[in-house]
Design a binder for this molecule. Structure first.
Ligand code: AKB
Length: 316
């Protein structure tokens, strides 16, 4: 099978792990990583890398043609907290990058697209518990508005032009390799670093702020899983709800205390509290489970064990 993959935004939190996974799965030379900044040493050494601005249509097209790309994973985006500070920049990045790849697919220059959406598509009027796939969606953040709009465009390009675009609504993602950048769920990564480094953490969300979360390995499995699914099984072409578990900062701190009993947490909520308060607490992802066989593997406590074991090496 002639598959050649381009990852746009490969140097970020998800892109770093996705690149490593896809290079193992398909062979290093078939997976071209790209970003506006270089990736980590492992990424740069393990396969081709292109400096690429996701908003520059000609540059994206040039890389696609030169490397005979079939599949694009568009991971470049400005996340919720940063987007509130730079609304127009966030809108331009999140929308223009999507149109660039959708238009390349419409014009038959690529075959398949993965584009991530987010739980941020939901808003304060959405039911918070077991949030259904289809429900009230009135996002109140710039990031959420861009993701909801992107979902509508994905479905439109699928129906109107037959573009094979696939998407999932990521919850907060936790990993120990590349750091997250500018999200509201970032505390759930930072807390592990601070727990190991200082034994304490000051959280920018309140103790009882429950949000949907997932360990990165499961998120990568879902991402590659939906891309490998038979086209007929991918029935939703806007974006699929996806879930593993939900927790609040207090519950996460209890999980950390099982390994670091002296760990303490304090709370000093900032503007990100309002963003978190507008999002669901738990997600109904039964359509992803039924349509293309999604299942998560890793629990909160398993995640904590993995995070602490790996980050311990960094803070020795
Ligand atoms: C963020 O917090 O902005 C992201 C997301 C939930 O999409 N992690």
């Amino acid at each position: 099978m002639k598959k050649r993959i381009l990852i746009i935004g490969a140097s970020g939190q998800i892109g770093t792990e996705l690149t490593a996974f896809l290079r193992k799965e398909y062979g290093s030379h078939k997976v071209i990583a790209s970003d506006i900044v270089e990736g980590d040493a492992q990424m740069m050494a393990s396969g081709p890398f292109e400096i690429l601005d996701a908003m520059d249509y000609d540059a994206v097209q040039d890389v696609v043609i030169r490397h005979e790309i079939t599949d694009v994973y568009l991971m470049a985006a400005m996340l919720s907290a940063t987007a509130e500070k730079f609304p127009m920049k966030a809108w331009n990045l999140n929308m223009n990058s999507l149109f660039n790849v959708l238009n390349l697919a419409r014009d038959k220059k690529i075959e398949k697209i993965f584009w991530p959406s987010s739980i941020a598509v939901f808003g304060p009027t959405t039911p918070k518990a077991d949030t259904p796939q289809r429900t009230v969606m009135e996002p109140s953040t710039v990031y959420g508005i861009s993701k909801q709009t992107g979902e509508r465009w994905c479905e439109y390009y699928y129906k109107k032009y037959g573009v094979d675009v696939r998407s999932i609504r990521y919850p907060g993602l936790i990993s120990y390799t590349a750091p997250p950048g500018g999200g509201t769920t970032d505390y759930a990564v930072d807390i592990y670093h601070k727990a190991l480094k200082h034994g304490k953490y000051i959280c920018f969300l309140n103790a009882d702020t429950t949000l949907p979360m997932m360990y990165m390995d499961d998120a990568i499995k879902a991402t590659v899983g939906i891309m490998q699914a038979n086209a007929g099984d991918v029935k939703i072409r806007s974006s699929y709800n996806l879930a593993a578990f939900s927790f609040n900062p207090d519950e996460l701190s209890q999980s950390i205390k099982k390994h670091l009993p002296d760990f303490t947490i304090d709370y000093d909520p900032d503007f990100r509290q309002a963003i978190a308060d507008s999002w669901p607490q738990t997600i109904d992802d039964s359509e992803a489970r039924n349509d293309w066989g999604w299942e998560h593997k890793i629990s909160i406590d398993e995640m904590t064990k993995i995070m602490i074991e790996n980050l311990r090496k960094e803070y020795k």
